[in-house]
Ligand binder design. Structure first.
Ligand SMILES: Cc1ncc(COP(=O)(O)O)c(C=O)c1O
Length: 466
């Protein structure tokens, strides 16, 4: 397929530079950047405003799981807009898609996670989940349980509360966050564990970090632990095997609730609707999700809490307890209709099965990139992956962020028809889940060529020696 759509790219860039504040945009250099304007899409491909075609490596942003331009999805959204555009979800008001999607998520979620609260995206889902946990302990007569434990390298969103839970220091340089209730553990990144430490010893260390933190704060003061099963935006960090189960046990032992943030890992990315139980042997108290919930067609997020938590609230002495948290667009009928259709499409096309079938090939091609001298580490699960470029693979010294090595690789890839997501010395990718084996091959062939070319460029400029 090619795109017949054409736009005045220069004029659009000018408008964008002059009037748009971009999330995570460098304000000072914005007017010098060649903003990539994407205007058309189909399947795993996107097209820029000049008609250039790219494989979409990041799947939008870990989200376009069923691929672009799905007709059935477009129809479901249009039908819902015509039928019942919007109604308030507050109190005892609801709409059919809101109720249906709640029941469907309860069916798909593990254990007794049966109670859904709908938000407008991942950040507001996380924000709402933490507020629910605080609400829960207030209602249960334990108002001192307020501390939230998170990790360095975590990403949980961009509202004030969710951003406070993030663990990427760079993101806080010029930004204010809440510090008094939030406590960070070291990253569970096996690649950067201390020299000479075995992976088993590293697991013990990570679990001990959590237990030590709970004991230091006092279990009566700790509300919850929140963790992405895989730290996605932190660079696809996969904690050591057994980590999820062991950290859950520590939380259970000390009466600390466990939130599994599945905003990225949910909806098929790892071959299951929710990865917590089938991949990580973890049935948490709450799961947060967004992104793949609607495959990015319209914004929607949710948290799904256990029936036990809900029943505890019902059985409490707090007769007038109101969960005073919600948004005009909580449970938006159009978004919920998109969520329902997305799940139907995924079930009909067995998208999770497809991911389980093609991901060994994806991971094998990813591992092969690890042999290139510029690459220090490659890691991934399912259809998500990361390449980490280092100055010295023996010492694992990373390139400084400013060197923009990830951006260089991404630019090279773009020239060849692939978009990646560069982050400092990392490139991450998580293509639409409907990607075929031959499209996976094309993706990795391009990445291989681009890394080799970047190696050559860095060698020529004296910034790197093999
Ligand atoms: C694990 C995780 N949680 C939460 C969020 C926030 O989601 P949103 O950007 O939809 O608010 C993200 C976004 O990337 C994420 O990766």
């Amino acid at each position: 397929m090619t795109s017949n759509l054409r736009f005045d790219t220069r004029a659009l860039r000018e408008k964008d530079n002059e009037h748009v504040i971009h999330p995570w945009g460098y304000l000072k250099s914005a007017d010098k950047q060649d903003t990539l304007l994407l205007a058309d899409s189909e399947g795993v491909y996107v097209y820029d405003t000049d008609g250039n075609k790219f494989i979409d490596g990041p799947g939008g942003m870990w989200c376009v799981n069923i691929g672009y331009g799905n007709e059935a999805m477009a129809q479901a959204i249009a039908d819902q807009v015509r039928q019942m555009t919007y109604y308030s979800p507050f109190g005892k008001l609801s709409t059919p898609p809101h109720a249906e999607l709640g029941a469907k998520l309860a069916e798909l979620a593990p254990g007794d996670l049966d109670r859904c609260f709908f938000a407008t995206g991942g950040s507001s889902a996380v924000d709402s989940a933490i507020r629910f946990v605080w609400f829960y302990f207030n209602v249960m007569g334990k108002p001192d349980k307020k501390a939230v434990i998170t990790r360095e390298g975590a990403y949980h969103g961009s509202t004030f509360l969710a951003s406070s839970l993030c663990g990427k220091a760079r993101d806080k340089t010029y930004m204010d966050v809440m510090t008094d209730r939030v406590h960070h553990l070291p990253s569970p990144n096996p690649y950067r564990r201390p020299d000479g430490m075995s992976e088993a010893a590293f697991l013990d260390q990570c679990v001990k970090d959590l237990e030590d933190k709970i004991l230091a704060l006092g279990p009566d003061n700790v509300a919850c632990f929140i963790g992405e099963p895989i730290l996605a935006s932190g660079g696809v960090i996969i904690p050591p095997k057994g980590y999820h189960r062991c950290t859950l046990e520590v939380c259970r032992k000390h009466g600390v609730l466990y939130i599994s943030d599945e905003v990225v890992t949910g909806f098929g990315r790892l071959g299951h609707f929710f990865a917590s139980e089938p991949v990580f042997d973890l049935v948490p108290d709450i799961i947060t999700c967004a992104k793949g919930l609607t495959s990015g067609y319209v914004p929607l997020g949710a948290f799904i809490a256990s029936e036990k938590l809900y029943q505890d609230v019902l059985g409490s002495k707090a007769e007038t307890a109101v969960f005073s948290n919600g948004f005009t667009y909580s449970g938006h009928p159009v978004a919920c209709a998109a969520g329902l259709k997305n799940i139907e499409i995924m079930e009909q096309q067995d998208v999770c099965g497809h991911v389980r079938r093609v991901s060994p090939h994806f991971q094998q091609r990813l591992q092969a990139l690890g042999k290139l001298p510029l690459v220090g580490d490659v890691r991934g699960v399912g259809l998500m992956g990361c390449v980490e470029m280092v100055k010295d693979s023996r010492t694992k010294e990373p390139f400084p962020w400013e060197a923009g090595v990830g951006v260089k690789v991404d630019r090279c890839c773009q020239e060849k028809g692939l978009i990646l997501r560069p982050m400092g010395h990392l490139c991450v990718f998580s293509p639409p889940l409907v990607i075929s084996s031959s499209q996976i091959d094309r993706m990795f062939d391009i990445m291989h060529e681009a890394i080799v070319e970047t190696q050559d460029e860095l060698t020529r400029s004296g910034a790197w020696t093999a």
